[in-house]
Design a binder for this molecule. Structure first.
Ligand code: NAI
Length: 318
């Protein structure tokens, strides 16, 4: 079945270039009415222009699609959502994609470098999502995308500001997914790697040529379809590859022998191998699951097994 977006209104932020442009074009081809948002500045977040968004709107219209430009900064996300409402009367999908870079090592990062990155990535996604929320909730339908980065997940030299904001977006998405679930408002996160002005000179040249942003657009479009029920996922994609990414927690180790003992740095040292052993690592689906694991830890501490056996027989109770 062809995945269509007829009668759906899609907002893509930062859609004047790179990945956002490809998302907007594909949504347009699939029948959506697209709000092409772009501030039109440089990739350090300086300046503004209507040209980037206008060109993409023109492209979508040439392909027979419907689109309108919006030139607001995501920091004023309510204005972007207002563009969707005033032009098309609704909003169904929000792709938080706009982004900038201000790379500096931790020693050299200025307050401004830190604040601007957080404003555009984290606050911008929050402001835009919060503005769309009442419409999503009322119509009991919404699809939201956050955009993270491997720099957030793994860290990257010179990107303390960007890494922090990008991992923050996974935290934001996790809670938005929980709060939206009962209203059929789903929030998933894309972790892309693609050739754009942002990665020119960073990705090796031969890789850069192959890392086309249009290879990632189908993943984002799929995640935003009304039939896609996934919620709270992080999906990494590049060069025609996609995979789910998630946190896992090791099996861990007790660091005291009974409820009466108090752990010491030495007992931590003695158990360090087990604390950091990820052989039997597992994904937890909620904060609640983690909390309930503490109940089984308490049980074990209150009823210790013989010293040389209890670590090996300690199992999760769920
Ligand atoms: P890009 O620089 O080609 O496109 C970003 C667009 O966002 C630009 O057109 C820019 O004008 C717009 N923009 C910037 N600040 C804005 C604001 N305040 N309000 C509205 N629009 C604004 O970059 P690219 O590569 O397409 O990146 C898109 C997203 O993907 C970003 O969030 C980026 O951090 C993320 N990302 C990209 C990766 C890559 O390999 N290209 C890797 C990981 C994440």
């Amino acid at each position: 079945m062809v995945l269509r977006f007829d009668n759906r209104v899609v907002v893509v932020t930062g859609a004047g270039a790179g990945l956002g442009r490809e998302y907007a074009l594909l949504f347009g081809k699939r029948g959506a009415k697209v709000v092409v948002n772009d501030l039109g500045g440089n990739f350090h977040g300086e300046g503004n222009s209507s040209r980037a968004a206008d060109l993409v709107v023109e492209e979508i219209r040439k392909l027979g699609g419907t689109a309108v430009a919006d030139y607001n900064s995501v920091v004023e996300g309510h204005k972007i959502i207002e563009t969707a409402i005033s032009n098309y009367g609704r909003i169904d999908v929000l792709v938080n994609n706009a982004g900038i870079l201000r790379d500096k090592s931790i020693a050299n990062i200025s307050d401004n470098d830190w604040n601007l990155i957080h404003d555009v990535h984290l606050k911008g996604s929050f402001m835009t999502t919060r503005a769309a929320w009442p419409y999503f909730k009322k119509q009991k339908f919404g699809r939201i995308i956050m955009t993270t980065s491997n720099s957030g997940i793994y860290g990257n030299f010179g990107q303390a500001n960007y890494s922090a904001a990008k991992l923050g977006l996974i935290g934001l998405a996790n809670t938005v997914a929980i709060e939206g679930a009962k209203y059929n408002v789903h929030c998933n996160t894309i972790c892309p790697t693609a050739a754009s002005r942002m990665t020119k000179g960073i990705l090796p040249d031969d890789l850069f040529d192959e890392m086309k942003p249009e290879l990632i657009a189908p993943v984002v479009v799929y995640l935003c379809h009304e039939d896609t029920m996934d919620n709270g996922q992080v999906i990494e994609s590049a060069v025609g590859f996609a995979t789910k990414v998630h946190f896992v927690r090791g099996k861990g180790s007790l660091i005291r022998d009974s409820i009466k003992d108090v752990p010491t740095p030495e007992t931590v040292k003695a158990k360090w191998g087990k604390i950091t052993d990820m052989k039997n690592a597992k994904h937890f689906n909620s904060n609640m699951e983690v909390s309930s694991s503490f109940v089984s830890v308490m049980d074990r501490l209150k009823n210790p097994l013989p010293k040389d056996t209890f670590e090996d027989t300690y199992t999760y109770t769920f």
